[in-house]
Structures are given as structure tokens and as C-alpha cells.
Design a protein around this ligand. Sequence first.
Ligand SMILES: Cc1cc2nc3c(=O)[nH]c(=O)nc-3n(C[C@H](O)[C@H](O)[C@H](O)COP(=O)(O)OP(=O)(O)OC[C@H]3O[C@@H](n4cnc5c(N)ncnc54)[C@H](O)[C@@H]3O)c2cc1C
Length: 383
Amino acid sequence: MKKYLVVGTGFSGAVLARQLVEHLPDCEIDIIDSRDHIGGNCHTERDAKTGIMLHKYGAHIFHTNRKDVWDYVNKFASFGNYKHRVIANTNRGIFSLPINLLTINQLFQKKMSPEEAKIFVRNLGDHTIHEPQNFEEQALKFVGKEIYETFFYGYTKKQWGCEPKELPASVLKRLPVRFDYNDNYFNDPYQGIPVNGYTDLIANIINHSRIHIHLNRPFIKESDSSKYNHIFYAGPIDGYYNFSEGRLSYRTIYFERIDAIGDFQGNSVINYTSMNENFTRLCEHKHFAPWESFETSVVYKEFSKETGESDIPFYPKHLVIDKEIFSKYNAIAMAEENISFIGRLGTYRYLDMHHVVEESLDFARTVIECIRSKSCIPSFSVK
Ligand SMILES: Cc1cc2nc3c(=O)[nH]c(=O)nc-3n(C[C@H](O)[C@H](O)[C@H](O)COP(=O)(O)OP(=O)(O)OC[C@H]3O[C@@H](n4cnc5c(N)ncnc54)[C@H](O)[C@@H]3O)c2cc1C
């Protein structure tokens, strides 16, 4: 029997472990996590007080345009029909997000058709900006001052902890406006939330006689490295190397819980876009499960901040210095033979759940081929 170690019980580690045991009959897998639960940042649990399913590390909605990914997760859980709609609480009033025809017509108190709105928004754009040098210029070029200040400036500043003009233009890649009344937050054809939560889904993925789960069990380099034929590591790559090349920077989030009676805000997520409030959004968890009903309610007020040494890293910042640091870790990792870095922390990228699932499905195929052909397993799940 070959023995493999998977570090991390989030989607990346769980899917990879499952694929390996299903296709390699002569292997056993230990999957470990330093936390006391499986599921990584997608972890959900029923609140002891109210029974409401809480997304403990922030709101998670599964969406994908890949049928194979959707079919895969549906093998392990039943998904409730949930369409994500977000509301913006701004200093100009309440609006629908993503910015759509309703948002534009209401903000400017007009009754424009899609074609009229396209011309209108095009004329709002700042045409003196030819090559946007930063996020702010990119937004001003696309949508002009009024939309930028109402929806983007404060929210971006709170989320990233810096002036939007200090962020790269690439953060806002496309025109962030729809010219119809579609307020479905995601464009993907497949969308939903597992009825029994993500932790139950992931528990089902790793429920296999040759996968052994160990919680409250941090990776110990000195002893673990020699015990396994190969290690798949979904933890932070800089931590694995004891920060020898420096720390990669992340933003983190933290929550304040509000207990309420009845319906607190009438929607799952409301973004607060102005600097009048110091938090970014309010998430009312029972609305993520519209198939359930509760008389009470639990709301998480979400704050964003720099990641301290004891905080959980959430969003990679990708500053110029981070790119330099990551390229050093990348070079060291590429020279290793018995470890592969996977998932959002191992590869230092923001990845949605469907990205992580599809990457682990694809990477598992590569790993299986390498093991069968006795060739070297790649150091990263991404090429
Ligand atoms: C606020 C927020 C909202 C999000 N919303 C969505 C959404 O709506 N839709 C969507 O598709 N995606 C969303 N995401 C992204 C989603 O959380 C990630 O795609 C997913 O968590 C990535 O899974 P992973 O396995 O790579 O990492 P993780 O879930 O972080 O799992 C890594 C695991 O490794 C463990 N670990 C780390 N180091 C060690 C170590 N040294 N020893 C042992 N264990 C270790 C950790 O404890 C953790 O459990 C959101 C992310 C955030 C931050």
C-alpha cells in the first residue's frame, strides 16, 4: 500500500483525496486539518441556539458553468435552489446589485431602455482617461464619478484598506454594469447551496474506507515528510517554508453576530458601500436556505482588515512585493519531489469553490497518470 498525506479538509484536499482512492486501489490516504472541523473556509454548522445553518467563515454560494463540476458535487449532496441577489445600501439610497438597468434608472431617476442606458453610461465615463493606471481610473473611465462614488469608492476602500487609486486597474476587468433587469449575482447556469451545508457535503466526499481523517492535527514537517510517499498541501505555502522568503500578504475578515427576531433585512446579503459605516456587509444566514423557516434570525456584520500572524488568511493581496516573494517559493517548490501545493493557500490565488473543485478533479487525473507511469508528480495543482 502507498501512503499519501493530504493537508487540509477544504474542497481542494477533499476532492483530490477522493479521486485518488477511487482510482488507485493500492493506496491509503491520511487527511489532516489543524482545525476541529472539516470543510476549510466553506464550513457550515447549525447554530445551537436557533437551528439556522451558519456559514461560519462568510457567505458561500456554489456556482459554476461546468456541468461535470455541478454533477460531481451533486453526487455528494442535495442542493437547494438558491439565486444570489445582493442589495446595496448607499448614501444615495437602496439599490440592486450588480449594477443593472433598475439600479441605473433609480439612481438617475430615469426610465431608460437598455440602448438608452448604454449610451447614457458611456457618456458618464471619463474620456480623458486613455490608459487607466489604477482601479479608480479604470472605474471612472467605465462608469464616471457618480456611479463610482456611490457603489465602488467606499466599499473598495473598506475591503482592501487602501485608496482605490493604490490598487491595480486589473481588479476591475470588465464594465461592471448590466443593461437589463437581471439581478442574479452570478452568470453561471448552475447555482445553489447544499441543503445540509458544505461541511456535510465535504464529509460525504471524504467518507471512504481508505481515507483516514484526523482533526486538530497540524502538519509537522519534521515527522510527516518522511512517512508518506507524497504530500498534497492545501495550507499556506509561505508557512510551509517557515516564511524563509517573507510573508505573503492577505486581507482577512471578522464578524460581529447580531441576534434578531423575524426578518432582519429581507435579503441574505446587503453591501454597505459608503464610508459612513465601518463594515462592508450584513449577511442574514437564514435567507441562504429559503426552503427552511425560522422565527428568529442570525446576522453577521462583516469587517475587513489586514491579516495578523494569528488571523486566518482570506483574500490574497497580490502586491508587487507578494509576486516577488511568491516567485521565490515557487522556485523552491518546483525543485521538490514529494510535495505538491494545492488550493487557494498552496497556490496563493483567490479561488471560488468551483475553481478549486475543477482544479482538484483535473489535478487528480495528472497525479494518477504520474503514479501509474512512475513519473514525478507536479509541484503545483496549477500549471
Ligand atoms: C468571505 C469569503 C466568501 C467566499 N464566498 C464564496 C462563494 O460565495 N462562492 C465560492 O465559490 N467561493 C467563495 N469563497 C471561496 C472559498 O472559500 C474557497 O474557494 C475555498 O475555501 C477554497 O478551498 P481550499 O481547500 O483551497 O482552502 P480552505 O477552505 O482554506 O482549506 C484549507 C484547509 O487547510 C487547513 N490547513 C492549513 N494549514 C494547515 C496545516 N499546516 N496543518 C493542517 N491543516 C492546515 C485549514 O485549516 C483549512 O481547513 C469565499 C471566500 C471567502 C474568504
